[in-house]
Each structure stands twice: as C-alpha cells, then as structure tokens.
Design a protein around this ligand. Sequence first.
Ligand SMILES: N[C@@H](CCC[C@H](N)C(=O)O)C(=O)O
Length: 293
Amino acid sequence: MPVKFRKMFGLGNDFIVIDARQDSKLSAAAEPRRATALTDRKTGIGCDQLIILEACEDAMCRMRIINADGSEVGACGNATRCIGGLLFQEKPDAPEATIRTKAGLLRCFKCEDPDMITVDMGEPGLKWEQVPVSKEVDTLHCKEACEGPGLTDCACCSMGNPHATFFVDDCEKVPLQEIGHDLEHHAFFPERCNVSVVTVSKDKKSIRMRVWERGTGITLACGTGACATAVNAIRRGYVGKAENYTTEVKMDGGSLVITYAPPGSGGEKEGHVLMTGRFDTAFTGEIPDSLWG
Ligand SMILES: N[C@@H](CCC[C@H](N)C(=O)O)C(=O)O
C-alpha cells in the first residue's frame, strides 16, 4: 500500500505530514535517510520540516518534527497550528486540540476565522541552561558571546527549541543567507540554534523578522521564532503593557500575532506565549516507492 501524505503550510513554512496514528509502521519516515529523501526539494517531495503524527495516550496526537537535514527537534509553531487545524476538522466540537511534542503538551484553540488557530505555546525557557547556551550568561544580553557582521548582543530563549534574536536597525540589510549557517553552528549554541534578525517598528506595534532555521536554512516563516522574537522584545521593554504585551511579527510568508504577558504582569495566561495565525492544507498525495525505500 502506498504511503499517503499531506502537504501543509503555515505562512509558507511547508510540511510533509505523515499520519502514523493508525499504523505505527509509518513512523519509519523519521529514519534520517528516508526523512532527508522526502524533504529534498530537488529529488524528493520537498519541505522545510517532516511532521509525523502518532497515537498518544494523554493528547489527541503526538507530533514529531524532523528538520530538512534529518535532525529531530522539540518544537515547531507553524506545524502546531496546521495539526491543530487538522484535529479540529476531525473533532469540530472539541473545546481544544491537544498535541504532545518532545518539548511538552500544547493546546490549540479555534478562532472566529476558521483558517486561524491560536496555540498556547507554554512558557519560554529563559535560563541559559534551558536555551541552551554554552556558558552562564544573562540570556537577555548575550554580548560578545555570539557575533556576526553587524550583529551583536543577541537575546536568547527556548520555545522548546533554541532561539537567538538579533535586534537591528534594518533587518533587510543583514546578509542572512551568507552568515546563517555559521551563527547556527556557533560554539555558543551546543545544540545549534534558530537565528532571527529583527527590527521593531517605531510605533512598537509590530516587528519585522527574518529567520534562519536550524537544520533547514532560510524559511518564509518560523512560528517558534516569532514567539521567541516577541518574548525577547517584551523582556527588553521594546513592547510593553501599552501594547497589551502583544505584537504582530511580520515574516516573508505572513504575520503572526504573539502575546506574552510576563510573569507578575497580571495579564491573562501570565507567563505563557500565545501565538495566533493562519494554516493551510495544499494537497494530498502518495509517496513514491523510490523515496520510501
Ligand atoms: N518551522 C518551525 C521550527 C522548526 C524547528 C526548528 N528548525 C528547530 O530546529 O528548532 C516553527 O514554525 O517553529
């Protein structure tokens, strides 16, 4: 029987989704050689991340996330909205859709617009060992720890995966394609890192972000990257109470609205990161035998 897949998109960040909930043999898609054959845009089907859904006892499904280079990781914000949308299609009356990832249990909620989902992404990891970075630092100002041309003083946090955010005057001018690989593999990040270059708008209502994803490279959008960017902007006071601790993160593939009411701020869902945005299913298909192997 040919293996079926879905192609899904979260703001242009694209995923091959394989549903192994009824047939655990399909989890074999995660084997690095098979995963990279599938993700390869020249010789395979092509995607930023391969997503495998598995049966799970304490959530509606388990979601495994595999980068284009075959590395399995803990979190993917854009795929979480896609899978949340899929679970609501299956159970339209469910009050929430729950997804277990390596990083924890995520809760998804419907929005008025049926193409949008809000995800409670949980609490960010702000301690240096949670990111992780290789030395004991204040993750809000990692001065001199990791630098690139015109880039210094990144802020780091974990959204279930490691992120570094560089605040710059004009992120369009950063040669991300040339420097992304070296920043991802910098010795400061023992588990490598997702790297965003960002510019906060003058009215503080939005942030322009470009991203280099660990294990994939430049993508059109990164959900956890947008969350990390908002968290770091709010921690630095670039966005605050006057903005309801909410900002629109504008990426090449579209925008996400992120809210992070920091602990002690008294906001609803204090300490949690809420991400709201679109998801899309593009098409379904069958994996050719040559790629399954
Ligand atoms: N596209 C994602 C993040 C996918 C994982 C990331 N590349 C990593 O290695 O941590 C998102 O939308 O969050």
